[in-house]
Design a protein around this ligand. Structure first.
Ligand code: FES
Ligand code: FE2
Length: 370
């Protein structure tokens, strides 16, 4: 992507941060879960996690347990983890293989991998009982370059519309080819929106991230205007810096599809509501945000690498992972401090700088009061 291809974001003079209740009110939080997570496209993992028919993984999205399973047709399917007999959770283990059927542990109703009820002991002699009336309740599923998304309500626009031009723009990073090198999970005492806002500005980088600031100058960033599917921009690597690791050097080849210009930048995009996608010259980092309460978010951070790089005998993800683990923890700490501050009676919305344009764009999407 060249410098001229990207439209620039702008900020009105009177842009203010959000009122405190957006970060502290449990009722507001529940409405947001319904609107953005149940009603939108929540990121839930990678295709490679369920490679074969019957492979499954459980995900909790907005308080709902969902089963993501690879069907006999080769596609991922998503079902609410609720039996159609009397509502029992069908499955407790976080991942595994269903060996053909999803069988309820309570009275053995069994569903095939497309959610059809195929066995219901002692029910078939009831005169009006028809198995086809009791399929599992499904959620919409879609994938993009290995990333799996669910829309639990099934009412969202199609995923490609939500992603806009990102699939085309990010094609050079070849994300469908990449494989997981490392995963770290964090439990952060902050509202999910604070984490997205923090991710979307680097004004805090000189103070909070001295190591990152040595690799990319915080003013090297350029954002494109936020839209209702995603917000983001890019930052340039400093002269002599090859990628984001502790010492800024590459220990593996750059991803094969990248141009010279792509190799000199890091792209940071928040794909709403919960995927933070950070594209580096030699790896891709993802943060998946799972809000657990108005003031708590579980974050799954993963580092994805090219399989050829991973097959090298001396491959290690640690240069990238340790750098970002340090940076992550610095971010989570300031977000937790902010959660505490915005809960105070003294907090009132404050003015954004021109380097916080994406936050204003994001706030406009989540505001319910105009
Ligand atoms: S609740 Fe599942 S079979 Fe009865
Ligand atoms: Fe940060």
């Amino acid at each position: 992507m060249s410098r001229d291809e990207m439209p620039r974001a702008s900020l009105p003079a009177d842009a203010l941060s959000l009122p405190g209740r957006y970060y502290t009110d449990p009722d507001h939080y529940r409405r947001e879960m319904e609107r953005f997570f149940l009603g939108g496209w929540a990121h839930v993992g990678r295709q490679e996690e369920i490679p074969s028919p019957g492979d499954y993984m459980l995900r909790e999205v907005a308080g709902e347990s969902l089963i993501l399973v690879r069907g006999d047709d080769g596609d991922p399917h998503a079902f609410f983890n609720v039996c159609r007999h009397r509502g029992t959770r069908l499955c407790e283990a976080a991942s595994g293989n269903f060996a053909g059927y999803i069988r309820c542990p309570y009275h053995a109703w069994a569903f095939d991998l497309s959610g059809r009820l195929v066995a219901a002991p002692q029910m078939d002699d009831l005169p009006h009982f028809r198995r086809e009336d009791y399929p599992l309740v499904s959620a919409a599923v879609a994938a993009w370059d290995g990333h799996v998304f669910v829309n639990p309500s099934g009412n969202s626009r199609p995923l490609p519309e939500h992603l806009g031009c990102l699939p085309e723009r990010f094609r050079p990073w070849g994300m469908d080819q990449l494989r997981l090198g490392k995963r770290t999970t964090y439990d952060v005492a902050a509202n999910w929106k604070l984490l997205i806002q923090n991710y979307s500005e680097c004004l805090h980088c000189p103070g909070v991230h001295p190591a990152l600031q040595r690799l990319t100058h915080f003013l090297s960033g350029e954002n494109e205007p936020a839209n209702d599917g995603y917000l983001g921009g890019r930052m340039s690597l400093r002269e002599g810096i090859e990628t984001l690791t502790m010492d800024g050097t590459l220990r593996r080849p750059c991803l094969p599809g990248l141009s010279e210009a792509d190799r000199r930048m890091v792209l940071y995009y928040a794909i709403l509501p919960n995927l933070l996608l950070s594209l580096h010259p030699d790896y891709v980092m993802t943060h998946t945000l799972y809000p657990r309460a108005v003031n708590r978010t579980e974050i799954v951070c993963e580092w994805h690498f090219h399989p050829e790089a991973m097959s090298a005998p001396d491959f290690s993800p640690e240069d990238a992972a340790s750098f970002w683990d340090l940076t992550n923890r610095q971010d989570w700490h300031v977000c937790e401090q902010m959660q505490l501050g915005v809960g105070s009676v003294a907090y009132r919305p404050g003015p954004y700088s021109s380097r916080e344009d994406l936050l204003h764009g994001f706030d406009r999407l989540v505001r319910v009061d105009g």
